[in-house]
Design a protein around this ligand. Structure first.
Ligand SMILES: [Zn+2]
Length: 153
């Protein structure tokens, strides 16, 4: 089920940790207390709790099992989630298992990627990209999103 905890190997010390899909704050290693990559699955039922009510910014990967580019983007996103451990949470949504989310976000192409902060969409793009490009896209969105809004923007 989509609420199952994932086992994540600590990038710092190698210890395996169970990381639940929801919770306050950010997961850290039980051994060395380094931030752990936070990767969770969500669907129509769990998206609100896993993604929109997350306490840190969320990168949403709307993907499909039949989508070739998704198989390239998923490991790239997981690498970025590891590089940005403690800063973002990666939430993967299988659109065929989540028809309400696919409709709500008007997903026309997969993969569709979004950066969310407290449920607000900071950035969105469709199509594949490599890890360095995704890393820049995400950090850019977070920098812009944290800036105070002015009348001009
Ligand atoms: Zn560790």
């Amino acid at each position: 089920m989509s609420t199952a905890a994932r086992v994540v190997r600590c990038p710092n010390c190698g210890r395996k940790n169970r990381v639940p899909p929801t919770g306050r704050g950010r997961p850290d290693c039980g051994n060395c207390h380094s931030p752990l990559p936070w990767i969770a699955d969500a669907d129509d039922e769990t998206f609100g709790e896993v993604a929109e009510r997350a306490t840190i910014p969320v990168v949403v990967d709307l993907w499909a099992t039949w989508c070739g580019p998704c198989r390239m983007v998923s490991p790239a996103l997981e690498k970025v989630a590891t590089d940005l451990a403690g800063t973002i949470k990666l939430v993967k949504v299988d659109i065929d298992a989540s028809p309400r989310l696919a409709q709500r976000f008007e997903v026309m192409a997969v993969p569709t990627l979004m950066v969310l902060d407290h449920g607000e969409i900071l950035a969105r793009q469709a199509g594949a990209a490599n890890a360095p490009v995704l890393h820049n896209w995400i950090t850019d969105a977070l920098t812009r999103g944290s800036r105070p809004r002015t009348a001009a923007s």
